[in-house]
Design a protein around this ligand. Structure first.
Ligand code: HEC
Length: 449
């Protein structure tokens, strides 16, 4: 064993690097609050691994994308789990990076001499969001298509360069095959290169200056009250990694990502983005006309500039959050705003989905009962309904109300002569009102999807 270590030491120096890492003093002693950084690296590794495994069977073409994901879910061994882990891993990544940013902010760890670490960190945060956005198109179902449509039109509102940028990302005048291949290239080639470069830089800068102790300790005090990284900090880091993996697996099994109907540019769809972009989606509902630019450009760009400027705006001698109000207050307002909008959107979304389900059930009921009533009546002696009926009157298969109101239709059923004085269609005025209403509702829903 010693001979092997000596051999390695002489040729690579790795054993002493490892020893140095394990013995690296942790200022202020081991803490749970230091685990976020390593758990982000861990989830990134999970994403890289599951991403490569997904890429083995994924086809980035508008014809093949959704089908290949369906194939992964249904045919590939543990494919559904794989897709689920990558999907929820992305959410975990955004959440962890967000918390890490907030924690570093609260600790005041962005200050001299760590400004560069912070700035690289802000770019890592943006890269994470870019990963999430480009990844969201890849399932190529209705929701993916229309959510990215919204995202790209936001990009398009940027003054001067917006249009060109949208065009480059989109690849053509419409979202299509080229958009998919471009997003895929970004997602699996360009963004990984960026993220690993920035991460390397970030960790290098971090290791140069070490952890910032809790704000109640000065850097000097932190240096005195310290523990080596191994074993207590390492144990906490590993503990959190195991916990993260368990949570992601649980989410992937309990809420596997569903594939919606295939993307169809001709059929508009009320898309909802993933939870981490909901706040923007909700915000844009309130901002219309020229105000829209506030949500699509001013607030996002302003927030990024603010984040980058924090180390230079904060001139307080103390790291305590209460003594740094000029930066803490705007940050707090931003975080509360984002949390509030996200919460609102999640609640509204639940209401909407419930209302939608109720409506679906009602529709199904009308189609069933109304259809039964129509078949009891002599309607199909003259009208066609799908395979049934005859062609003496107009085909009702795709009728959908034909733009007539319920009142007009009821009046017509009661007295068909209003439409055509010489009609062969008999009057149905003898039917009870309830039945007439049901028939008319059925006619209005018939053939509409
Ligand atoms: C004896 C044949 C006959 C029967 C029975 C009949 N219809 Fe008609 N219906 C027609 C004909 C023919 C027309 C075409 C317009 C006209 O001549 O009035 C028509 C028109 C309609 C229209 C209007 C289509 C449009 O132009 O928008 C509706 C709706 C309709 N029928 C529904 C019904 C329903 C519901 C029943 C059963 C309750 C029924 N019809 C029974 C022959 C019939």
């Amino acid at each position: 064993m010693t001979r092997l270590t000596d051999w390695l030491e002489e040729r690579t120096g790795l054993p002493s690097v490892l020893r140095k890492i394990l013995e690296e003093p942790v200022p202020g002693g081991a803490r749970w609050s230091y685990v976020l950084g390593s758990s982000i690296v861990f989830v990134l590794a999970v994403q890289a691994l599951t991403g490569v495994l997904l890429a083995l069977n994924y086809a980035p073409t508008s014809e093949g994308a959704r089908a290949s994901l369906a194939f992964i879910q249904e045919q590939v061994a543990a494919g559904r789990l794989l897709h689920g882990v990558h999907h929820w891993g992305a959410g975990a990544m955004v959440a962890l990076v967000g918390f890490h940013l907030l924690q570093v902010f609260l600790w005041g760890a962005y200050r001299n001499p760590r400004e560069a670490t912070w700035i690289v960190g802000v770019f890592l945060f943006l890269t994470t969001l870019a990963f999430a956005f480009t990844g969201s198109l890849l399932p190529w179902d209705q929701n993916a298509y229309w959510a990215v449509q919204v995202g790209l039109s936001i990009v398009g509102t940027t003054p001067w360069i917006g249009h060109a940028l949208q065009r480059v990302l989109q690849g053509s005048a419409e979202i299509g095959n080229l958009t998919l291949t471009r997003f895929y290239t970004l997602h699996v080639i360009i963004l990984p290169i960026i993220v690993f470069t920035l991460l390397g830089l970030h960790v290098y800068l971090f290791l140069r200056r070490g952890v910032t102790p809790h704000w109640s300790l000065s850097e000097e005090e932190g240096k005195h009250r310290r523990e080596p990284f191994y074993p207590y900090q390492l144990a906490r880091d590993v503990g959190i990694m195991v916990l993260m993996l368990a949570v992601i697996l649980w989410l992937a099994i309990t809420f596997p990502p569903m594939l919606g109907a295939p993307a169809d540019p001709s059929r508009a769809y009320e898309a909802r983005p993933d939870w981490y972009f909901l706040f923007l989606f909700e915000l844009l509902k309130y901002l219309e006309g020229p105000l829209e630019l506030v949500g699509t450009l001013l607030l996002p760009a302003g927030s990024v500039l603010f984040l980058l400027a924090i180390p230079f705006l904060d001139r307080s001698p103390s790291r305590s959050p209460l003594k740094r109000l000029p930066v803490v207050v705007p940050m707090l307002v931003g975080v509360i705003g984002i949390a509030g909008l996200t919460g609102k959107s999640l609640l509204v979304g639940r209401e909407e989905r419930r209302a939608q389900r109720v409506e679906e059930v009602r529709r199904a009921g009308v189609l069933e009962e109304g259809g039964a009533l129509l078949r009891e009546q002599p309607c199909l002696k003259c009208h066609r309904l799908g395979e049934e009926g005859r062609d003496r009157g107009p085909d009702l298969t795709h009728y959908g109300g034909a733009g007539r109101s319920s009142e007009e239709l009821i009046a017509h059923l009661k007295d068909p002569k209003v439409l055509h004085p010489n009609t062969i269609m008999p009057s149905f005025a003898h039917l009870p009102d309830r039945d007439l209403e049901l028939l008319v509702e059925f006619l209005r829903l018939q053939g509409v999807d």
